[in-house]
Ligand binder design. Structure first.
Ligand code: FAD
Length: 288
């Protein structure tokens, strides 16, 4: 079994201390030689400036390929495309294009009066502007707004037809969930790479809350296992082993890329990568 290509997602820091934590996280993970790293765009567009700053800093100092997330929440078409142009001017060649979640307090997406109505419109507007890649979100457990997995995958096909080049998935907890989704995408004629999103579980209660929001199904065995691990103070050990096993199962099924949600904390992601046989090459990258 060959080693997978890996990539890492970070979020933009809001404080000086958080900036140092991000720098440390990148420094710890860069020697694993990721294909790319990505920087999220805060829900409701709340971190627009911070995302710009983090993307530019990483682009300028890390030596890594940086993909910028972009959403169309609370911005006109012109503003959204201006941000994309600004990323391009900073040397960024890859985008993760999303509709985005509504700001805190709203439960559904309401387009800006002059904004993109949905992700397909955003993707189509970006598609002819020369990006190396336009990655989009996919939902192995189905997005909470989708009637069922079939409808969700049909919508994903529309995003691909609009010009998306790759799918990065929401996290999930069992390989079977991803394989079923991959089969559904295949049946729908989606022929771009589908890269599983992998969440090393940093914090079990936070993971439960976030999973409930984004529709990721938590199997009972995982709930039981974390209850026991927390009781016995073995949280990280369990987190590393379940995540490594998930990745191994995916690799056995032919998955060649893994996208890690790092939450700007490198320890678990690094341990999982090493357990998979991805060897750090110290000194390869020099993050300023
Ligand atoms: P879409 O795929 O366009 O819509 C979500 C779902 O709603 C679809 O799967 C589909 O089932 C349904 N749907 C929507 N419109 C229609 C329609 N017209 N007809 C039929 N069905 C429709 N959020 C952020 O705020 N910032 C980020 O940086 C960020 N990064 C992310 C990265 C990844 C890899 C993923 C998977 C998600 C990320 N998110 C981020 C979360 C994302 O914004 C939310 O999941 C959001 O609710 C959906 O965005 P989307 O682009 O996937 O939407």
């Amino acid at each position: 079994m060959s080693l997978p290509a890996i990539s890492f997602e970070f979020f933009p820091p809001r404080t000086i201390e958080a900036s140092f934590r991000l720098r440390d996280a990148v420094q710890a993970l860069a020697p694993l030689n990721p294909d790319f790293v990505s920087v999220t765009y805060g829900a409701g567009g709340t971190t627009r400036e911070l995302t710009r700053e983090a993307v530019v800093a990483l682009q300028a100092t890390s030596g890594l390929k940086v993909a910028a997330h972009l959403t169309c929440v609370d911005a006109s078409r012109a503003e959204t495309l201006e941000i994309a142009d600004w990323f391009a001017a900073a040397g960024v060649r890859d985008l993760v294009a999303l509709r985005g979640d509504p700001p805190a307090g709203s439960t559904s997406f309401t387009p800006h009066p002059d904004g993109f109505d949905n992700s397909c419109e955003l993707i189509a507007a970006l598609a002819d502007r020369g990006w190396d890649s336009i990655r989009v979100g996919g939902y192995p457990d189905k997005h909470p707004e989708a009637a069922d997995l079939k409808a969700d995958v049909e919508w994903l096909k529309r995003k691909i037809d609009a010009g998306a080049t790759e799918v990065l998935t929401q996290f999930f907890f069992e390989a079977e969930t991803f394989l079923r989704f991959r089969d559904a995408c295949d049946a729908a004629g989606i022929d771009v790479p589908i890269i599983p999103g992998i969440l090393p579980i940093e914090n079990w209660s936070g993971t439960q809350r976030f999973s409930a929001r984004c529709g990721a199904r938590i199997p009972d065995w995982l709930t039981d296992a974390f209850a026991k691990a927390e009781r016995d103070d073995r949280h990280d050990l369990l987190a590393i082993s379940v995540c490594t096993e998930l990745c191994s199962d995916l690799m056995e099924e032919g998955v060649e890329n893994l996208h890690f949600y790092t939450l700007n904390k490198p320890h678990l992601t690094r341990e999982v990568c090493i357990a998979l046989g991805i060897t750090p090459r110290d000194g390869l990258r020099n993050v300023a």
